[in-house]
Design a protein around this ligand. Structure first.
Ligand code: ZN
Length: 463
């Protein structure tokens, strides 16, 4: 099949020398077409492999009957048609969207992967160079960013593979200071991250420029906390949501980070800039590798803790509101530590957030002005962004090294199982009390509280 592949792919896209005997390499040509609008989208996929492959060698996660018409071409390549418009229209999951102007689905929903391999899935995916349909195919799967040689993605990565988008609306592309831009020597201003924003329908109260400005402004705040936006590339899909003033978001990172934001067509810039927390929460997920989903306390605790901290540091919300929320919500986490522990099934968002609050408190007691920020910058440097996967143990180890003290592993050892945690001494040390009309801030804890918002966590962009 090598000859079939040779004319299918330009040489530069084909990683020579990385094939070994048992591992076929396949390249995909993706050709979208539609009848009336994107809801009738059909994606024709043609696959050329270095070994003789049969349709039965390939599988998708959800395709079913919308993924059919497999044929073998005369030159040995395989082809099939994915009725992705129909599949996305019928799906009830938030991972799928179909509007007249765009379709979004996780890549593993429609792109067949070879099953008879050693567990890695070969890339790259190539757009049909002859595609004259006017439909753009957007994804963030890039062979050179993948952790495995030869542009392969593991089957486990595939299961949380990024979102793919088909749209006839032009996406917006913006640049923001990228990984390490403010903190790594020699990187200042040199490394830019590219954010692509695809709005998948017409009729939003904000035009595409305003939606992109909203996303870019919060990506900029998250980037300052990380010392530069933590991913080189991010694809954001903005899709319509029925509920007003109640956005929904999700990150899928396999192969390259992608972020879904569902917002109501009525949501105003004022609401999104001043009240929405979901975008910042999801952008935090972009900045760290995925730790196992069956133990969500670390990832969700990290996002729940950092989201208000970053918005407070950036001036998007008053710092007082951050403390208010903590005093109100951390007791939920404390109760979960008492009854279940971190590793139990209690409230992973707030038990995890409380873990991070306690960790920052430990850094404050040491007088560290940059809090936990060195941890997240070290995750990015040593492990990468949301396209990577790791263990909680590994994340805690890297953090402890970055802080110079086993703060995380000590806290985890104390609170992994149910404990008799009491939150009152912490509030006392911080000079916080829950009053009838909101939080009461005592002057005694002011210096400690200030340390939590020290600007060392939030380096100024150097121009
Ligand atoms: Zn989350």
């Amino acid at each position: 099949m090598a000859t079939g592949l040779a004319f299918l792919l330009p040489a530069a896209l084909f990683p020579m020398g990385s094939a070994h005997a048992t591992q076929p390499e396949c390249a995909y040509i993706v050709s979208p077409r539609m009848a009336n609008d994107l809801r009738s989208l059909v994606v024709d996929v043609t696959i050329g492999c270095t070994e003789n492959m049969l349709p039965k060698d390939f599988a998708v996660a959800y395709g079913g009957e919308d993924y059919a018409d497999w044929r073998r071409l005369d030159d040995g390549r395989l082809t099939y048609a994915a009725r992705l418009g129909a599949l996305a229209s019928a799906a009830s999951s938030a991972d799928f969207t179909a509007t007249p102007r765009g379709v979004m689905a996780p890549v593993d929903a429609w792109l067949g992967i070879p099953m008879a391999t050693d567990g890695t899935v070969p890339l790259p995916i190539v757009e049909d160079p002859k595609n004259a349909s006017g439909i753009l195919f957007l994804h963030n799967l890039t062979a050179e960013r993948l952790p495995h040689a030869g542009g392969a993605i593991t089957r486990e990565d595939w299961a949380f593979g990024g979102y793919t988008v088909f749209t006839d609306r032009k996406p917006m592309q913006v640049m923001t200071p990228g990984p390490g831009a403010f903190t790594d020597p020699g990187r200042t201003g040199a490394r830019q991250a590219e954010i692509t924003v695809a709005v998948l329908d017409d009729g939003f109260a904000m035009d595409d420029v305003a939606i992109t400005a909203w996303i870019t402004s919060f990506a900029g705040l998250v980037g300052r906390y990380w010392g530069g936006f933590p991913a080189d590339n991010l694809l954001v899909a903005v899709t319509p949501h029925r509920r007003v003033n109640d956005p929904f978001g999700r990150v899928r990172g396999g192969g390259g980070p992608t972020l879904l934001m569902r917002i109501s067509k009525q949501d105003s810039p004022k609401f999104l800039h001043e009240k929405d927390w979901v975008l910042t929460h999801e952008l935090v997920h972009v900045g760290a590798p995925f730790a196992p989903a069956r133990r969500p306390w670390f990832m969700e605790g990290m996002a729940t803790y950092l989201e208000p901290l970053i918005r407070g540091l950036g001036g998007a919300i008053p710092r007082r509101a951050v403390w208010d929320e903590r005093v109100r919500a951390m007791p939920t986490g404390a109760a979960a530590l008492n009854t279940e522990g971190l590793d139990g099934r209690g409230h992973p968002y707030w038990s995890g957030a409380l873990f991070f609050l306690l960790a920052q408190y430990e850094t404050a007691k040491l007088g560290h002005p940059d809090g936990l920020a060195p941890c997240f910058r070290a995750f990015r440097r040593q492990l990468g962004d949301a396209s990577q996967r790791t263990s909680i143990q590994n994340l805690m180890r890297i953090c402890d090294e970055a802080l110079g003290k086993p703060i995380m592993s000590d806290l985890h050892a104390r609170y992994a199982s149910p404990s008799d945690f009491d939150i009152r001494p912490l509030w006392q040390a911080l000079g916080l009390k829950r009053g009838k009309d909101g939080t009461i801030f005592a002057p005694e804890g002011a210096a400690m509280r200030d340390l939590f918002f020290n600007s060392a966590q939030f380096p100024e962009p150097l121009s």
